[in-house]
Design a protein around this ligand. Structure first.
Ligand SMILES: Nc1ncnc2c1ncn2[C@@H]1O[C@H](COP(=O)(O)OP(=O)(O)O)[C@@H](O)[C@H]1O
Ligand SMILES: [Mg+2]
Length: 282
């Protein structure tokens, strides 16, 4: 059974945050040495919110996303702090409990869709498997749900269901991965550089899809990227990470137009120019 809900601070900025992270420290052990990847991370995400995580390579973005979905690799350790998802403190969940949470409460979209998908399994079956893991449904009902999710990500479901990942383009594979992420209607989706591995011509289509899903499904997103332009378009709030720490956070428009931390200023300047005029969907 899941654990008792963690009691949220009364001064939390929203009443029932979907995700609460407090003072999270994560380390990796390599060659007998322990290195800190995340230091003192504090974060809350409310229902329907899109929170962007901005930072250069190596700043700890993927470690943060992976820690939230309980997927930290061997050799890494949560040294202190807590992660609470939909009222459940996750540190003592076993793998069986995680399987109930992943896909239904929180899903992750990875940077490399071809690595995320099983190369020897038909893509439609891979989406249906997520449904089957969470529901005691017949095969045909699971298949129907998978077909519907593939249609939702604007793939020709009937045509693509029986394809293998190598028969699809990178953009199509990422759409399949997104179909897997949304098929059980999770409350929170972590998207880790969802367009970085794709051709620039395909990137816009995937961002359009994320924007559309956000509006239609009201799912909260943690959108991880090194690209401020993506957050300018999609994020409500932004956290800026450097060397495992959050160095600045605030409303997306404010952070992008008027960064206060020297690291953020440098990061934005290095992308060409400060993003002065931010436009938002909400
Ligand atoms: N599996 C791992 N083993 C050892 N160190 C790792 C591993 N994954 C990441 N790191 C280290 O942790 C830090 C943060 O990495 P990461 O979370 O991947 O950053 P980002 O996603 O922002 O590029 C980096 O210093 C990186 O070298
Ligand atoms: Mg990364």
């Amino acid at each position: 059974m899941l654990l008792l809900p963690y009691i949220v601070d009364v001064d939390s900025f929203c009443k029932d945050p979907l995700l609460v992270i407090k003072n999270l420290d994560v380390t990796y052990a390599a060659k007998g040495e322990e290195t800190a990847a995340l230091c003192g991370i504090c974060l809350e995400i409310c229902a329907k919110e899109v929170v962007g995580v901005l930072g250069e390579s190596g700043s700890g973005k993927t470690t943060l996303g992976t820690a939230i979905v309980g997927g930290l690799p061997t050799g890494s350790a949560i040294k202190s702090g807590l992660i609470q998802l939909a009222g459940v403190e996750t540190s003592s969940l076993d793998e069986k409990a995680w399987q109930r949470i992943r896909g239904r409460v929180v899903s992750m979209i990875w940077q490399e869709p071809r690595i995320a998908l099983n190369p020897v399994m038909r893509v439609g079956v891979q989406v249906a498997e997520v449904v089957r893991a969470h529901n005691k449904w017949s095969s045909s009902k699971c298949k129907d749900a998978a077909m519907s999710a593939l249609t939702d990500v604007h793939l020709d479901a009937a045509k693509i269901f029986d394809a293998f990942p190598h028969e699809l383009s990178g953009g199509q594979c990422q759409r399949v991965a997104i179909a897997q992420a949304i098929v059980c209607n999770p409350q929170l989706i972590i998207a880790d550089e969802p367009t970085s591995a794709l051709d620039s011509t395909v990137q816009t289509g995937i961002l359009d899809l994320i924007a559309e899903l956000r509006e239609r499904t009201q799912t909260a997103f943690l959108l991880i990227t090194h690209n401020p332009a993506i957050l300018r378009r999609l994020a409500d709030r932004i956290l800026v990470m450097n060397a495992g720490r959050i160095v600045e956070q605030g409303g997306a428009a404010e952070v992008l137009a008027h960064p206060s931390h020297p690291y953020t200023k440098k990061l934005l300047e290095s992308r060409g120019k400060l993003l002065q005029s931010a436009t938002f969907h909400r």
